[in-house]
Ligand binder design. Sequence first.
Ligand SMILES: *[C@@H]1O[C@H](CO)[C@@H](O)[C@H](O)[C@H]1NC(C)=O
Ligand SMILES: *[C@@H]1O[C@H](CO)[C@@H](O)[C@H](O)[C@H]1NC(C)=O
Ligand SMILES: *[C@@H]1O[C@H](CO)[C@@H](O)[C@H](O)[C@H]1NC(C)=O
Ligand SMILES: *[C@@H]1O[C@H](CO)[C@@H](O)[C@H](O)[C@H]1NC(C)=O
Ligand SMILES: *[C@@H]1O[C@H](CO)[C@@H](O)[C@H](O)[C@H]1NC(C)=O
Ligand SMILES: *[C@@H]1O[C@H](CO)[C@@H](O)[C@H](O)[C@H]1NC(C)=O
Length: 402
Amino acid sequence: MKVFRESEIKVYISMVIKPIAPVLLFVLLQYSSAKVVTYNVLSFGANANGFIDSTTAFLNVWNLSCASTNPAIIYVPKGRYLISSELTFSGITCKSKAIRFNIDGTLVAPSNTYNALGNTEVWIKLYRANNVTISGGILDANGTPLWNCKSSGKKTCPRGATTFGIYHSQNIVISNMKSLNSQMFHIIIYACNNTKLEGVNISAPGLSPNTDGIHLMNSKDVTILNSKISTGDDCISIGPGNSNVWIEKVVCGPGHGISIGSLGWEEKEAGVQNVTVKNATLIGSQNGLRIKTWARRSNGFVKDVVFQHASMENVRNPIIIDANYCPHKQKCPNQVTGVKISNVVYEDVYGTSATRVAVKFDCKKGKPCTGIRLKDVNLQYEGQPAESFCSYVDGTASGYVI
Ligand SMILES: *[C@@H]1O[C@H](CO)[C@@H](O)[C@H](O)[C@H]1NC(C)=O
Ligand SMILES: *[C@@H]1O[C@H](CO)[C@@H](O)[C@H](O)[C@H]1NC(C)=O
Ligand SMILES: *[C@@H]1O[C@H](CO)[C@@H](O)[C@H](O)[C@H]1NC(C)=O
Ligand SMILES: *[C@@H]1O[C@H](CO)[C@@H](O)[C@H](O)[C@H]1NC(C)=O
Ligand SMILES: *[C@@H]1O[C@H](CO)[C@@H](O)[C@H](O)[C@H]1NC(C)=O
Ligand SMILES: *[C@@H]1O[C@H](CO)[C@@H](O)[C@H](O)[C@H]1NC(C)=O
């Protein structure tokens, strides 16, 4: 073993340690400043009994996490937390590089009245946030009183709140969350970049009005994986301005299917581009894989869509492009033009249709659908091969198409 003399050690310190000391200190500080802080909502006055409002407690925890330069974890233990008004987590002034919610509890809306939230646009919202992860949690919006109001035909019912919205945000991950009985839409992703939803399950009765599962607007790079959606309207709806959407292993039903649209209500509208829907399972839904556009003059478009490996069980319209979309059949625009639909692939779509016409392409003379390709499509109606309907559509069929 070599024994250092004192002079040698001094030289070593002055030549090696001194020059890198500031770097060492910096690294140490960086490391300690990256220490994750955890805040438990119960320490901020949240109440887990479901009857005392916890909105302010959640806001206070968010504000503290957001102001911290450390990454923060917000922990919500088991229990029911009443959130009786709009709860917006705004990232505008955040210093934190990352915020994570770990939720074991249920956030509940008032159960006896829809008045508290009925005129609110979104009940729980992430707004201008970056790098936020939400893991777990149940959001129960108690929509029944509002649905009852709407179905009683009363004209004074409010519109209802969307349960959960992600607006103008980036790098957001939502996993293993559940949304129950939304008043209106369950989830909206609006003007976001890079959003991932995984194992997010949605449930409301098949007859609950306007309870779309996940609605996308003006967003880029959206991934939806492994989700089970049962609701009263579209399971997933892809509105104008979305691109790079990846949907895989989604189970839908009851519901109105996985839809691109409706599009083309506005004359100037951003298009939809690069959508992949893989391994979807549709059970007893009104539609399967749908594109719906209004017959109105529009510069909008849908292009580069792949529907691959889809299983249908008793679905009313398994494959449908409806360029004459007009749900209430009143004052339908009926123009010969519409949204340009091109390059749509349906590959390996199989199962049963609940109606005789399982494949329907109803396009417009002024804007025919082009590049529509079917490969290995096998849909049966009452044990017989189902039928198809085509109008102003151009494309190819290959493999076995039944
Ligand atoms: C949280 O912060 C926002 C903006 O920084 C502020 O407007 C709001 O009053 C704060 N809320 C609470 C409950 O402290
Ligand atoms: C988000 O996280 C990335 C990578 O972890 C980091 O580089 C970036 O600065 C973060 N963004 C914000 C706004 O904190
Ligand atoms: C998304 O990305 C675009 C282009 O890169 C950028 O202009 C926009 O501000 C981003 N949106 C958000 C919410 O970060
Ligand atoms: C959602 O459903 C999928 C199966 O479709 C399941 O794997 C996942 O664990 C469920 N998530 C939750 C939060 O229940
Ligand atoms: C299409 O979107 C996927 C993500 O869904 C992305 O990986 C791919 O690069 C995109 N393709 C183009 C041509 O932008
Ligand atoms: C998707 O479906 C295809 C065909 O049914 C199957 O071969 C494949 O394993 C499935 N992929 C996943 C990830 O389940």
